[in-house]
Design a protein around this ligand. Structure first.
Ligand SMILES: NC(=O)c1ccc[n+]([C@@H]2O[C@H](COP(=O)([O-])OP(=O)(O)OC[C@H]3O[C@@H](n4cnc5c(N)ncnc54)[C@H](OP(=O)(O)O)[C@@H]3O)[C@@H](O)[C@H]2O)c1
Length: 323
């Protein structure tokens, strides 16, 4: 019987259990997919802890790549044997998944299953952040927090390719080195340096057109202070905890700033936007402009170790689980 990682109560890594899950025959419009590799994302931590609550018990995880084993009635886009991937599975930490065809894309030749599992959620996020939320291009100066993380590693390479000047915050010297290899022009060690002060120095007082902040509570004031008037504050995560004390007048005080709190789901909600986003990502990876760094691999049963590493700020690039 296939196994899956189940959360039966919200909490630390001790709530993760590896259990038998009966195989589910695909219903109309569904695929049954054998997982080859599974992506680990910070949102999985929010689901495990209950920061983003959902009905218990549930299988954890959103991102995976694998092979179609069986198709349900009326499926038109996929066949048995197709290599597929998704960033929006309800329970991807599993040896086998049965889910609607609408959440899957085909993985092109040249992109391995492990790469696909490492990049669908993080890479499609980088894509909408840089191409849709704010259209980054030459002449822009951007600040990207957690620049050596999963989303950060992909987004900073992509922003560099789009011609922007990229400033990235990182938690250590080793991560700073990696960020520079990924095309980050200026690194800031945000555990010891004043981010807004350093941004002002780097930009000679001009500051940034857009700030991408997924760290949240510990960084957002520095993010706002790093923007030029009419700049865009993109708060897209909260790895340090939810933002506390935000007041809309902070946007006025710093020069009529814009702010958004986007999520990937809204940018890939239709077949058309999902295909457009995934194809742009596959294209930029195939061109070699963006490399997918798999920083760590864990066996699916060792998922607790993977979560501890991610939450402990020990990882760089993407972390994957192998069933
Ligand atoms: N809204 C969306 O559509 C969307 C989609 C995908 C991801 N996200 C968000 O993007 C962020 C990155 O996701 P990811 O999966 O790629 O993770 P990640 O960046 O690989 O890991 C998180 C990184 O955040 C930094 N960090 C700063 N303070 C931290 C703290 N107190 N605890 C833990 N980490 C801290 C660490 O890097 P340093 O050591 O360099 O500080 C850590 O490596 C998450 O906040 C996630 O929720 C949002």
């Amino acid at each position: 019987m296939p196994k899956a990682v189940v959360v039966s109560a919200f909490g630390g890594t001790e709530v993760l259990s590896f259990k038998d899950m009966p195989s589910k025959k695909p219903g109309a419009g569904e695929l049954r997919v054998r997982a080859i590799a599974i992506g680990v994302n910070f949102i999985d931590v929010y689901h495990r802890t209950g920061l983003y609550p959902q009905p218990l018990p549930f299988v954890l995880g959103k991102e995976m790549a694998g092979v179609v084993e069986e198709v349900g009635e009326g499926v038109t886009g996929f066949r048995k044997g197709d290599r597929v991937a998704s960033a929006t599975v309800s329970g991807s930490y599993a040896e086998e998944i049965t889910a609607p065809e609408s959440i899957f894309v085909k993985v092109p030749d040249g992109i391995s299953d492990e790469m696909a599992a490492a990049m669908m959620l993080k890479g499609m996020t980088a894509r909408y952040l840089l191409r849709k939320t704010f259209a980054v291009g030459p002449g822009h100066t951007i600040l990207f927090h957690a620049a050596s993380g999963g989303v950060g590693s992909i987004a900073t390479q992509w922003a560099h390719h789009l011609g922007a000047t990229v400033i990235g915050t990182v938690g250590s010297e080793e991560k700073a080195k990696l960020a520079r290899q990924n095309g980050v022009d200026h690194t800031i060690l945000y555990r010891s340096e004043d981010v807004a002060k350093r941004v002002a120095e780097i930009t000679k007082g001009a500051k940034c057109d857009v700030v991408y902040d997924s760290v949240g509570n510990t960084t957002y004031i520095g993010s706002l202070d790093s923007l030029k008037p009419l700049g865009m504050f993109v708060l897209f995560g909260q790895s340090s905890g939810p933002v506390k004390g935000f007041d809309p007048s902070m946007l006025a005080a710093r020069g009529s700033l814009f702010m958004t709190r986007p999520t990937l789901f809204n940018y890939t909600a239709t077949r058309e936007t999902l295909d457009e986003t995934a194809n742009d990502l596959f294209g930029v990876v195939a061109s070699g402009k963006v490399k997918i760094e798999i920083g760590a691999r864990f066996a699916l049963k060792d998922v607790a170790d993977a979560h501890r590493a991610l939450e402990g700020r020990e990882t760089t690039g993407s972390t994957i689980l192998i069933p």
